[in-house]
Design a protein. Sequence first.
Length: 368
Amino acid sequence: MKRIIVSGGGTGGHIFPALSIANALKRLLPDVEILFVGAEGKMEMEKVPEAGYRIVGLPVRGLQRKLTLENIKVLINLWKSLRNAKRILQDFKPDAVVGVGGYASGPIGRVAAKAGVPLILQEQNSYAGVTNKLLSRYACRICVAYDGMERFFDKSKIVFTGNPVRKDLLQVQNKREEGMQLYGLDPMKKTILVTGGSLGAGTLNKAVKKHISTIAGWDNVQILWQCGSYYYNDLSKELHEVLPKNICLTAFLKRMDLAYACADIVVARAGAGTISELCLLEKAAILVPSPNVAEDHQTKNAMALVDKGAAIMLRDVEAEEKFGDTLFSLLADETKMQNLRKQISKMAVHDSDVKIAREILDVINTSK
C-alpha cells in the first residue's frame, strides 16, 4: 500500500487543487492512504475532513512584512511545526510528500527532503509562491500550469500539467435552461456573470453599483451578480428600491456549474483556479486582478491570457470607472467575444488532476 502526504492550504486556491489531486490518486490507486497536513485554524482544517480525508494541523503562520513582536511568535511556531512535521513523517512513513503551496507545505516539505522522502510540488500561479520557491531545490518534480516557469524553478524538474479544477464545474453542457430557472433569469437575454468568490470583491461590487442606471437601460442583457456574503446585507438594503429587473443580486452561488452555464461573459478576479475554469469552459472573460495578493500574482496570471488575446484585463484601480464601457463594448462586438472564447480554449489543459497524480506515482515507482 502506498502512503502519500498532501500538504498546503490557507485558501481555496490551494485546497481545492489538493483535494482534486487526492481524488485522482484514489481513482488510479484505490488502496492508497492519503494524509493531509495543513495550518491550524485555516479553512483546510474544515474542508478536508468534509471531503472524507484525514488532516493534521501545524501551528505555522506567515511572517509579517514589517518587524513586529508577532514575528517572534511566527518563528517559535515554525520551530514547533518542523518538530511536529518530523513526528508526522516518522509515524505515517509516506512514500512521497506533495506540496501545493501555502505555509503548511514548508515544514513538512523540508523535513521530508531531509529524510530522503521524494517531494513533488504543484504551483498553480504564473508567479511562483514563496513556499514553493524555497522548497523547489529539494523537489524531484514540479508540476506547473503556465509557460516560462523556468524563471523560478530548475527546468529539468518542471512538468506542464495545468491546474486541477473541480469536475462538477466542468459539466455544464445542456444546463443553461436549468441555470436560468434556478437564478430567475431570462433565457432570451445575454448573461454576464460577475463573481468575486465566496467572500466577494469590493471593487467588483462598487463597479456594478456605479453603473446600475446604465445597465438598467441595456436591452436583452442581464447580470447575475454574486457579491459575497460579507457585502450582501448592506447592498440589498442600499439598492432595494433601485435595483433594476435585469440584475440578479445574490450573496453566493449555490450551483457554480449552473452559473457558468448561464454566462456569456464572466467578470472575475484572476486567481489560478478561476482562470483554469474559464479556459476549460471557453468563456469570454474580463479579469480584474486582486491587488491584495502576494507578489501581485493575479496580475501576472491575467497577463498570461491577455498576451495571447484570450481575455480582457482591468486593473483594480480603474475597474470601477471603466467597467460599464468595457462591458458594453464587448457586448456590442460578437466577433471579439468569439475570438476571446477561441483563444482562451487554446489555453485549456484537460485532466490535470490525473496528470499530476501520475507524476506522483511515477516518482514513487522510480525512487524505489
